[in-house]
Design a protein around this ligand. Structure first.
Ligand code: SF4
Length: 365
């Protein structure tokens, strides 16, 4: 079995951002500590059931940096002893608010070698609208401390389509990212989800319209590329060699094990998940079967998120056949519209195609 990815979900946040519909909530120290203990026990249990190694660990949330340093060190150390190879990529999602130099020194010592920081915007007013407590200075400081501790592999999350944002304000945010020397940037579009405060107040938010957000996306792609940070996935950009190894496993339809409430897994061709129920996880983790995974359609759907697209050679190797003619024929009209590119070796979406990926994928797959 190939090396898998290991994902740990920490569902705790100090407050709820008004646009967020992820499974996350405030909790007390005592419950967090029981949750982390269960997570350590579950890593050990799973390692006894699954005979494989992992070469990536991603601790996501929620806000994993809310855990105490020793809890993070304990999780990393359990994962290392049970699953991780020596050269593993170990990522921790961090909230820039309140993280100290000591925090970064300690997580670096225990083996964390990549962090993902929520910047969203370098404009404090825009960050405030998103309910973010940290200001741009906090983000700057967090990046500085991380780099000083030896963690150079830093990813910043940028949000497109923030209320009242403009191309100018986005340019300032991207300038900020480039000036800090971070090698990876994720640019996500704000989506107004039902059951969030933003949904209730959507008419008053003064959101940029769809065309303006599409322009922001294309601008971000070009701006980052002109600064050596190349797009490799619909929403992800990096300098060469700094792509997220963990997330590439998802997009390449490779296997991973997720531990924690709301974590998803894909192992031995099966997909399964833990419910959004942290109390239930602490009592006894239960996994819900979510169907078989790894069909050609699923593989193609995921691979078309990447700029490399679907390669003829890998389809042959994995499935024993060529990219189906039906798929190539279905893609033809999008080729004429400049949304898909195809040659004898591959099929992939163009940058404009990425903007319409959901409809294109629904039609051709
Ligand atoms: S910090 Fe992230 S996970 Fe937590 S509420 Fe805000 S957006 Fe959601």
């Amino acid at each position: 079995m190939e090396n898998i990815g290991l994902y740990l979900h920490i569902p705790f946040c100090s407050s709820k951002c008004p646009y967020c519909d992820f499974y996350s909530f405030r909790s007390d120290r005592e419950f967090i500590s029981r949750y982390v203990d269960k997570m350590n026990a579950e890593i050990i249990k799973k390692s006894g059931e699954i005979n494989c190694k992992a070469d990536t660990l991603y601790i996501g949330g929620g806000t994993p940096s809310l855990l105490g340093f020793s809890q993070i060190a304990q999780l990393v150390s359990t994962a290392k002893s049970r699953f991780l190879t020596r050269d593993s990529e170990i990522t921790l999602e961090c909230n820039p608010y309140g993280v100290t130099e000591e925090f970064f020194n300690k997580i670096s010592e225990c083996g964390v070698n990549r962090i993902s920081l929520g910047l969203q915007s370098a404009n404090d007013e825009e960050r405030r609208k998103l309910g973010r407590r940290a200001g741009c200075e906090d983000v700057k400081r967090a990046i500085y401390y991380a780099q000083k501790s030896g963690i150079e592999n830093i990813s910043l999350d940028v949000m497109l389509g923030i209320p009242e944002s403009t191309l100018d304000s986005l340019e300032k945010t991207l300038e900020f990212c480039v000036s800090r020397g971070v090698p990876h940037i994720s640019c996500y579009m704000l989506k107004i989800e039902e059951n969030t405060p933003f949904f209730k107040m959507r008419e008053r938010l003064n959101l940029p319209d769809d065309d303006a957000v599409a322009d922001m996306y294309l601008f971000a792609c070009e701006y980052l590329e002109s600064h050596g940070i190349k797009q490799y996935e619909i929403s992800n950009f990096s300098v060469e060699g700094r792509e997220s190894r963990h997330n590439l496993k998802y997009w390449r339809c490779e296997e991973y094990l997720g531990i924690g409430a709301s974590a998803h897994s894909f192992l031995n061709g099966k997909r399964f998940y833990c419910k959004n129920d942290a109390e239930g996880f602490v009592k006894e983790p239960r996994y819900v079967f979510d169907g078989d995974g790894g069909s050609f359609e699923e593989f193609a759907m995921l691979k078309l998120r990447l700029t490399e697209g679907v390669l003829e050679s890998e389809v042959k190797e994995r499935f024993g056949f060529k990219i189906p003619e039906k798929l190539r024929l279905g893609a033809e009209k999008f080729i004429d519209l400049g949304l898909v590119c195809a040659d004898e070796n591959s099929l992939r979406l163009t940058r404009k195609g990425f903007l319409l990926s959901n409809s294109i994928l629904a039609e051709i797959l």
